[in-house]
Design a protein around this ligand. Structure first.
Ligand code: 23J
Ligand code: MN
Length: 259
């Protein structure tokens, strides 16, 4: 029998393993993706109080919630995209829970994004990262550290210009390499979606979504605190709500990291 769980508890207690919250607050101020006007928009967050120790419920506080599945820090399931529509176990309620847990590879491109908001991680740059940190293992979460989570408010976070939104992401070849050659669980980003801001104009449109979900892989959007993780060595737990036939869901993403 493994003693690793007993050691995990002891190291959490000792503080030699930290629990890092990779999740943005979810509330009325949460910024939702702005698609071109010909497409239907997603609702943001509405929180409606049912009672708060008052006539409506003298001893209890609770709210009704309303939001799109792809709001705030959220999970993209394979069937979110048309390329993944045939995926077995492709919705939030059917994905085996084992697949919500995996080692994290954190790729820091903050410096590049500083000078180019449209920066795309290329396969060559991924290979350069691997020269230092080792090959991205199978069933890993690959997290793109861009510093974008430091941008607050709709204007800065979506960064929309006359020619649409500008935010970083993955080159389509990199998405392909991660999904098919490395066999990742999925990718996570600090931006509003797992595709770059300009990716609606790429071929195919939104290639990270198309490639990842077509390969049965997942997405995590609007992450934060990636600067608190090592390049390798952390474990990420990202389990969406068990929405029946859900395409995704807001979730709490946590990482276990060495202190
Ligand atoms: C729908 C259409 C395009 C995109 C998205 C959703 C997302 O980013 C999402 O949240 O999955 S790019
Ligand atoms: Mn999404």
């Amino acid at each position: 029998m493994s003693d690793v769980l007993a050691r995990l508890v002891a190291e959490l207690e000792a503080g030699t393993i930290r629990v890092v919250d990779l999740t943005q607050p979810l509330g009325p101020d949460t910024v939702v993706i702005d698609l071109p006007p010909m497409f239907a928009p997603s609702n943001g967050v509405t929180i409606e109080q049912i009672s708060r120790y008052d006539e409506a419920g003298p001893g209890w506080y609770w709210n009704n919630l309303s939001f799109g599945e792809h709001t705030g820090t959220h999970f993209d399931a394979p069937r979110h995209w048309i390329t993944g529509r045939e995926e077995e176990a492709g919705t939030t309620d059917t994905i085996p829970v084992r697949r919500f847990v995996g080692p994290a590879c954190v790729i820091d491109i903050e410096a590049q994004v500083e000078v180019d908001a449209d920066f795309l991680l290329t396969p060559e740059q991924l290979e350069l990262w691997e020269e230092t940190h080792g090959r991205v293992p199978g069933d890993a979460w690959v997290l793109l550290r861009t510093g974008w989570s430091r941008r607050s408010g709709k204007e800065a976070f979506l960064n929309v210009g006359e020619d649409g939104p500008h935010s970083p992401g993955f080159h389509p070849d990199t998405s392909y390499m991660l999904a098919h050659d490395r066999g990742v669980l999925g990718v996570g980003v600090e931006t509003v979606g797992t595709d770059a801001g300009q990716a609606g104009a790429f071929e195919p449109p939104f290639p990270n979504h198309a490639v990842m979900h077509g390969a049965g892989k997942f997405g995590l959007a609007s992450l934060c605190n990636l600067d608190q993780l090592p390049a390798t060595g952390a474990v990420v737990i990202a389990a969406p709500l068990k929405i029946v036939d859900g395409s995704g869901s807001p979730l709490r993403v946590i990482a276990l990291a060495p202190a």
